[in-house]
Design a protein around this ligand. Sequence first.
Ligand SMILES: *[C@@H]1O[C@H](CO)[C@@H](O)[C@H](O)[C@H]1NC(C)=O
Ligand SMILES: *[C@@H]1O[C@H](CO)[C@@H](O)[C@H](O)[C@H]1NC(C)=O
Ligand SMILES: *[C@@H]1O[C@H](CO)[C@@H](O)[C@H](O)[C@H]1NC(C)=O
Ligand SMILES: *[C@@H]1O[C@H](CO)[C@@H](O)[C@H](O)[C@H]1NC(C)=O
Ligand SMILES: *[C@@H]1O[C@H](CO)[C@@H](O)[C@H](O)[C@H]1NC(C)=O
Ligand SMILES: *[C@@H]1O[C@H](CO)[C@@H](O)[C@H](O)[C@H]1NC(C)=O
Ligand SMILES: *[C@@H]1O[C@H](CO)[C@@H](O)[C@H](O)[C@H]1NC(C)=O
Ligand SMILES: *[C@@H]1O[C@H](CO)[C@@H](O)[C@H](O)[C@H]1NC(C)=O
Ligand SMILES: CC(=O)N[C@H]1CO[C@H](CO)[C@@H](O)[C@@H]1O
Length: 344
Amino acid sequence: MAGCLTLIIHIALVWCCFNNTPAYCLTTVTDRLALMSFKGENNLYGKIPSGLFNISTIHYLSVSSNHLDGTIPFDIGLTLSNLRTIHLCLNSFTGMIPNSLVNASGLEGISFWDNEFTVPIPKDLGKLLHLQLVSLGNNRLQDDLSFISSLTNCTNLQYIQCGGNLLRGSLTESIGNISATVEFIELREYQVQGSIPSGLGNLVNLTFLDMASNQLSSPIPETMGKLHKLQELHLGGNSFTELPSSLGNLTLLNRLHLEQNNIYGSIPSSIGNFHYLLELNIAYNNLSGSIPPEIMSLSSISISLNLTHNRSTGALPLEAGSLTKVVELDFVGTCGSYVVYERY
Ligand SMILES: *[C@@H]1O[C@H](CO)[C@@H](O)[C@H](O)[C@H]1NC(C)=O
Ligand SMILES: *[C@@H]1O[C@H](CO)[C@@H](O)[C@H](O)[C@H]1NC(C)=O
Ligand SMILES: *[C@@H]1O[C@H](CO)[C@@H](O)[C@H](O)[C@H]1NC(C)=O
Ligand SMILES: *[C@@H]1O[C@H](CO)[C@@H](O)[C@H](O)[C@H]1NC(C)=O
Ligand SMILES: *[C@@H]1O[C@H](CO)[C@@H](O)[C@H](O)[C@H]1NC(C)=O
Ligand SMILES: *[C@@H]1O[C@H](CO)[C@@H](O)[C@H](O)[C@H]1NC(C)=O
Ligand SMILES: *[C@@H]1O[C@H](CO)[C@@H](O)[C@H](O)[C@H]1NC(C)=O
Ligand SMILES: *[C@@H]1O[C@H](CO)[C@@H](O)[C@H](O)[C@H]1NC(C)=O
Ligand SMILES: CC(=O)N[C@H]1CO[C@H](CO)[C@@H](O)[C@@H]1O
């Protein structure tokens, strides 16, 4: 371990003056390097020295949270064929995500989140059978959603994060055929249309699902009620009109966001089942009736209860007294008055 660290420090020093360092130096001193990590504190800027991409022994490469730019060599998956993890997130890389990544067949983690990658998502990522994490969000990727279905053979998949791109299209039932090991799906701020496929209910290990700010519409499938492990559900900013009656089965939810849809009817009292709920936002819908006392008696809510801009009427139920930790309680009555309760 100590020897390994010395080697890494050495690399960091070489990197700091790489502008004047022949790139081959990197390869000669590092022919046994396996792990290379330059996280944000390094404040690296400029381009990755091309010699680094020749160090075929590297299996862990992380340069996340720097100011790096430039493109990634198209053949990276061939020259770094032993890669298991590549984290380039939070930089300013441009160009394409190289198709050759598929050739580094041991890859488990790919994080390109928050860069400026522009062209389509490699179609063959699903050939990386050991893949656990795919994070491509906040780029300028223009594509449809077919790559998600292409991941069906990745039996260890846990994390898919792709929001904040220029992707469009609709989800197909085949999303239900990806591995049920998946725990995290984030497809926020796409232009996803259509409805949520009922197959999504197969992904019973999901703890986090974020499909906010798309163009999704009802119905939300009843099968969502099978996602018993779900802790966060973000469906705000879509065009849903109805909630599934099985919603109340998601008893581990701690964050529920349904704001800015067109959900009508009464506020489901089954939300009262969510004894771990920290935050509830159902603002800007078309909900009517009174606020169920079951919600007001949820003592877990400690971040925010936001019921603004709806048709809900009636006095705040007496049980509001249970909301001892609420920081923000926010609702608009029929007269449009705006009330924010703050308690600490
Ligand atoms: C990388 O390796 C290739 C093939 O061995 C060689 O042609 C190239 O010069 C090397 N690049 C660097 C920057 O060392
Ligand atoms: C890289 O992977 C692609 C797609 O699987 C394959 O067609 C190609 O033959 C591979 N190239 C090498 C050099 O292994
Ligand atoms: C999954 O693997 C099977 C068997 O190798 C293959 O026929 C199928 O095309 C693969 N599916 C995807 C989506 O790559
Ligand atoms: C999902 O997988 C099943 C069994 O392998 C298959 O019969 C079905 O056609 C697949 N569905 C989709 C939408 O790919
Ligand atoms: C769900 O996750 C647990 C723990 O990671 C795992 O043991 C189990 O096999 C997973 N279930 C499915 C259906 O993949
Ligand atoms: C929701 O819970 C009820 C009562 O436990 C159960 O009958 C129903 O099958 C569940 N629905 C789903 C989709 O899991
Ligand atoms: C609100 O819901 C009612 C049904 O409860 C419906 O008649 C009305 O059109 C909805 N309003 C909007 C703005 O969608
Ligand atoms: C309540 O939610 C709406 C919609 O997301 C938001 O605009 C508003 O700022 C929230 N209110 C508070 C007090 O956070
Ligand atoms: C009374 C009230 O504020 N109703 C609002 C409920 O939310 C919908 C959608 O934002 C608004 O159109 C209603 O005016």
